[in-house]
Write a protein that binds this ligand. Structure first.
Ligand SMILES: *Cc1c(COP(=O)(O)O)cnc(C)c1O
Length: 348
């Protein structure tokens, strides 16, 4: 099977497994795992922040960050299709007692005026006060959209004047960094808290980090334990993360080229399916609203040909490229996908 459902499906390579097997470890709840301590320091310095905390998932990294910024009864605002409000199962409400409001933006693309238009800092005793804004970069359900640095900076400038904090859901910030050449530090300096994932395009089996000031990370460490995620000899996972940082960042450009190739193939059948200029990174959203073929139907047809893809809603099929997908795989998908889209187009 050629699995394009997500970049989470990658399996650790033999080389990655070898460094995991030989990793020095200790009890991380005691702060004694040397591999994790080194990874947290390494990530903090790559992003130019004071401290970092290893977590099993990106959702937990997001949630630990959010609870540092937003008190119970206050609100976090974010884009309508962001992971924090669509894919974390209400965790902000359940664990932190916060409310959320959203703005919609096509492809999830950030325009600073959108959050500013709905934000309400210091709302007093009658309405909910906005205390944080979360930005997703790249935007997953938006189709791997890279957020423009100028808009992030504009938003940072406006929000810092009124005391609204900014959180970056950077599960795929690596992809934005490779696609634009903008440094991780230049992105990071606009945010109070950040989450990043090692388990998406970087190919580690598990692992994310929450980044912020020393104080916030110390507090997040307490909350991580309280949530039941204090882990012991996790240097085994940390070693996979270190290996991923050493070997799998620059190669993300291959994934981006593969995604672009998929988009060009679909576009050459008809421009109604996708605009290749909107494929910034490793995610391709095929728009089926113009044909009588649902995303679930197309996904079933692809599966018969040995290709897995996700139906995201009724009319959008998502294809995600990653390190276990070769250029030969992409050629095969291009062939099959073109044929199926062509058939959908002529059987209107
Ligand atoms: C995958 C992802 C996360 C974290 O997901 P986990 O499955 O909890 O590791 C967070 N944000 C975005 C945008 C993601 O794509």
């Amino acid at each position: 099977m050629i699995d394009l459902r997500s970049d989470t499906v990658t399996r650790p390579s033999q080389e990655m497994r070898a460094v995991m097997a030989s990793a020095p470890v200790g009890d991380d709840v005691y702060g004694e795992d040397p591999t994790i301590n080194a990874l947290e320091e390494r990530i903090a310095s790559m992003f130019g922040v004071e401290a970092a905390l290893f977590t099993p998932t990106g959702s937990l990294a997001n949630q630990l960050a959010i609870r540092q910024l937003v008190k119970p009864g206050e609100e976090l605002i974010t884009e309508t299709f962001s992971h924090i409000v669509r894919a974390e199962l209400g965790a902000g409400a359940v664990f932190s007692g916060i409310s959320t409001r959203t703005w919609f933006s096509p492809r999830g693309l950030l325009r600073a005026q959108d959050p500013l238009a709905i934000s309400y800092p210091d709302a007093g005793p009658y309405q909910v006060s906005t205390t944080a804004i979360a930005i997703e970069n790249t935007h997953n359900f938006g189709g791997g959209t890279v957020q423009p640095l100028a808009e992030i900076q504009k938003l940072r400038e406006a929000t810092s004047k009124v005391g609204i904090a900014m959180h970056l859901d950077g599960a795929r910030l690596w992809n934005a960094h490779v696609a634009t050449g903008i440094s991780l530090k230049d992105y990071a300096k606009n945010f109070d808290t950040i989450s990043i994932c090692l388990s998406k395009g970087l190919g580690a089996p598990a692992g994310s980090l929450m980044l912020s000031t020393k104080d916030r990370v110390a507090s997040a460490r307490v909350w991580r334990k309280r949530y039941g995620s204090g882990m012991r000899q996790i240097g085994i996972l940390g070693a996979a993360g270190n290996f991923a940082l050493d070997h799998n960042i620059d190669r993300l450009s291959d994934d981006h080229n593969h995604a672009h190739s998929l988009a060009l193939a679909a576009h050459s059948v008809s421009p109604i399916f996708v605009n290749p200029d909107h494929v910034d990174t490793n995610i391709v959203a095929i728009d089926l609203t113009g044909v009588k073929l649902s995303a679930a139907e197309l996904s079933a047809q692809l599966k018969e040909a040995g290709i897995l893809a996700s139906a995201m809603g009724v009319n959008v099929l998502r294809l995600v490229t990653h390190l276990d997908i070769s250029t030969e795989d992409i050629s095969k998908v291009n062939e099959v996908l073109s044929e199926l889209l062509q058939r959908a187009l002529v059987t209107q």
